[in-house]
Design a protein around this ligand. Sequence first.
Ligand SMILES: O=C(O)CCC(=O)C(=O)O
Ligand SMILES: [Fe+2]
Length: 183
Amino acid sequence: MAMVKRIVEVLVEDVGVILEEERMNSLMGTKMVNMNYYPTCPSPELTIGVGRHSDMGMLTVLLQDGIGGLYVKVDNGDRLEIPPLNGALVINVGDTLQILNNGRYKSAEHRVRTTNIGSRVSVPIFTAPNLSEKIGPLPEVVERDGVARYKEVLFQDFFFLPKCEFHINMRRVCKFTKRGKLC
Ligand SMILES: O=C(O)CCC(=O)C(=O)O
Ligand SMILES: [Fe+2]
């Protein structure tokens, strides 16, 4: 946790903001762990491991085994595989951090493919705000940028969007935050 906090601190310091301890704790008050198991698939192209989405919170710390299959969409639209590195963690920027920084750090869209070489396990740890926390671009950043690219919302208002299939829901979340309204 201390490591995740330190990374967030460095990222917001880089846009000229020092967050107070209390605010930092509220922004990272929700912690969740997923344990993903992707069985080996003889025809991976016919399956969806995890559909495309971005994570909603501040930062995600992901431990993956040696199989691979995680892809991130980069600016030109290509999808890059994030190859497993022994002993390395993958750190994802989430939607909340993107909003706080007024769009400077992007929450990367990613997805997971299954493989026919072996089953895969991954364990992401998500940090996200308390449900009652207001999230919007940090005032210092808005002042400098001259524009707020996202409106302020309660974290719970996009965490509990109307239920449909989970990952469709995640995409709706992105539209909600990036356009400032529900899709
Ligand atoms: O399995 C992975 O590598 C990523 C899983 C993921 O993106 C998620 O659980 O949000
Ligand atoms: Fe994810």
